[in-house]
Design a binder for this molecule. Structure first.
Ligand SMILES: [Zn+2]
Length: 584
């Protein structure tokens, strides 16, 4: 049987091949059993024709024309007097498609969604509308799974900043087991109550999940997720860094101003005009920002609310609060020059200039002849920058100090934080140098760096027993920026300690949340919760099979390696688990 599999009790009478393949079939079993009472019957009441669609063959759709019989039920007490024979291996009662076609549509729906599934299907000759596919997906029952022992909770945005759902993963099997429509204490605790087997719950630092676990699974040990801990610490450290960098910049500006006054007019002439113009603009911007910041502080000390200040200055209230918290208005780097029409002609202009041609009108004519489309003014602006070059070449020595600014001034808070949190061995040579300078810039920064380093050591090596010593060290340091973090840790001490000691974390959830987002977006925001849930939970099973297979293969390889080494060295080979990878 090449075209259709060998279904028992079905005989193919006729095959018609045109654009479509039509098979005329009939059933062969002498009896059929009543679906109500199960009694076998051989008394045929009538026959009818049923049409079924099947999977395509060699690109041609197949339909089955089936001669089906109706039987009388022999049992006199049975409510069903007449019944049609059932063909459970081929199709479901009343279905218009064979089981295997339904299965194909169902898989398409789960993998790529309703409309996309219908589109792909029609390309492949597997016909089914979007609604059919979605109906088949919704009919799917999740197979019963063993009760989870270790789970992770994480939230995902149903509608960003407005509505959040909860994704629950079995951390031992690393697969999602349920999707909840929100992250409220009631919903989460109700779910937990239904799963009394849970021993360990990993979660972020949110108090909502903490109280839900306390209510729904008081027996479970709560684990604060390491990634979230590091993220919170990074947020606090970045405030510290922003403050220190701000101070550094203000000090630098003050020096620059006094130097400028000392050097006076003469020094300005030495520098190339273009650099001078850029520096002027930059200094003006910074001066304006400093003045603005001082204005804000002055208003604040007068007791004006940040909302009122925000209104007066025309910025958001959040920006004002951030500026006040970081004690500075963010440093703006020199603006990047946009490409200009004059750019490609600069070389030839310079050449003519050196040849001694100083007549603007003639230079413009020559440039136009070469195809220059920009304005005359742009050309003159460029010529102006050429004039003082003679001076700058002669007296380059005194300008060199200006051309090498402190690299810390160009460092954003984010970049500085990143330097603090990465493994030192992963930093490039110049990054290590910047980090060294950053640490030397102020004793506060060195202390902060040491505290971060110690905390990351606890995170990576899971030496939670050092937590109390660390907290004491933070207290002794008097660094204000760390206080928010410390307060949070102390409030959630047991869970943090568990996070820094136990192997569990929300790491596997991150991937699943990302996949969930992808599926959600592929449904163009029309994702209804039940469908989304089915798709998220289903795919994971297939992935799990693949993962298990991969793990199994790796396991075999490790086993082989162990055996080899033992044979070679006569020692036991210990397979170590790598610590958590890159953090923050
Ligand atoms: Zn019956």
């Amino acid at each position: 049987m090449l075209i259709i599999p060998d279904f028992p009790d079905i005989l193919i009478e006729q095959v018609n091949v045109s654009d479509e393949i039509t098979l005329t079939v009939h059933t062969t079993s002498p009896t059929a059993s009543c679906p109500s009472c199960g009694t076998e019957s051989s008394r045929i009441q009538s026959r009818y024709i049923r049409t079924l669609r099947d999977l395509p063959c060699a690109g041609r759709p197949i339909s089955l024309i089936m001669h089906v019989r109706r039987f009388f039920c022999k049992k006199s007490t049975c409510a069903q007097k007449i019944f049609a024979e059932r063909l459970p291996t081929l199709c479901q009662p009343h279905a218009q498609r064979t089981q295997r076609l339904q299965e194909a549509l169902h898989q398409l729906g789960l993998r790529v969604g309703g409309q996309a599934g219908a589109d792909v299907g029609s390309e492949l000759g597997i016909s089914g509308s979007r609604d059919t596919i979605l109906r088949l997906v919704r009919r799917w029952k999740q197979p019963a799974k063993s009760e989870p022992r270790v789970i992770g909770l994480d939230d995902w945005a149903r509608k960003r900043r407005l509505r959040y759902g909860t994704l629950i993963c079995d951390l031992e099997r690393s697969q999602p087991i349920d999707l909840l429509p929100d992250r409220s204490v009631e919903t989460v605790s109700a779910w937990l109550e239904k799963h009394p087997s849970i021993d360990v719950v990993s979660r972020d630092g949110s108090s909502e999940y903490a109280s839900a676990i306390k209510k729904g699974a008081p027996q479970a040990r709560q684990v604060s997720d390491r990634w979230h801990l590091v993220k919170n610490l990074a947020a606090c450290v970045s405030v510290q860094l922003a403050q220190s960098l701000g101070k550094l910049r203000r000090a630098e500006q003050a020096t620059a101003r006094s130097e400028k006054q000392e050097e006076g007019q003469a020094s300005e002439e030495r520098r190339p005009a273009q650099t001078r113009a850029v520096q002027h603009a930059q200094l003006a911007r910074q001066a304006e920002r400093t003045a603005r910041y001082e204005h804000i502080v002055a208003l604040q000390t007068q007791g004006v609310t940040s909302a009122e200040i925000a209104r007066q200055l025309g910025v958001t209230q959040r920006t004002i609060q951030r500026w006040i918290a970081t004690e500075t208005i963010p440093y703006s780097r020199p603006r990047r020059q946009r490409p200009r029409l004059i750019d490609p002609y600069k070389t030839s202009l310079l050449e003519r200039w050196h040849q001694g041609c100083r007549k603007g009108a003639q230079l413009e004519r020559e440039l136009r002849a070469k195809g220059y489309k920009g304005s005359g003014r742009a050309m003159y602006r460029y010529l102006q920058t050429l004039e003082p070059i003679g001076f700058s070449i002669r007296k380059r020595g005194s300008a060199s100090a200006m051309s090498q600014p402190n690299p810390l001034l160009a460092l954003s808070t984010q970049q500085a934080t990143w330097l603090f949190f990465r493994r030192p061995e992963d930093l490039k040579a110049e990054e290590q140098e910047t980090l060294r300078q950053l640490r030397q810039a102020s004793p506060h920064l060195e202390t902060a760096y040491q505290l971060v380093k110690e905390f990351l050591h606890m995170v990576r090596e899971r030496t939670g027993e050092q937590l109390d010593t660390w907290l004491k060290a933070v207290k002794a340091s008097h660094l204000e920026a760390f206080q928010t973090f410390v307060t949070g840790v102390q409030k959630d001490r047991d869970a943090v300690l568990a996070g820094l000691t136990l192997p569990w974390s929300n790491g596997p959830l991150e991937g699943h949340v990302n996949r969930l987002k992808l599926i959600k977006r592929s449904m163009y925001g029309r994702a209804e919760f039940d469908l989304l849930k089915l798709r998220v939970l289903h795919q994971s099973k297939k992935n799990q099979d693949r993962k298990n297979k991969y793990k199994h293969n790796q396991g075999q390889q490790v086993g082989r390696l162990k055996k080899l080494r033992r044979m070679k060295n006569g020692t036991n080979f210990q397979h170590t688990i790598p610590g958590i990878s890159e953090v923050a």
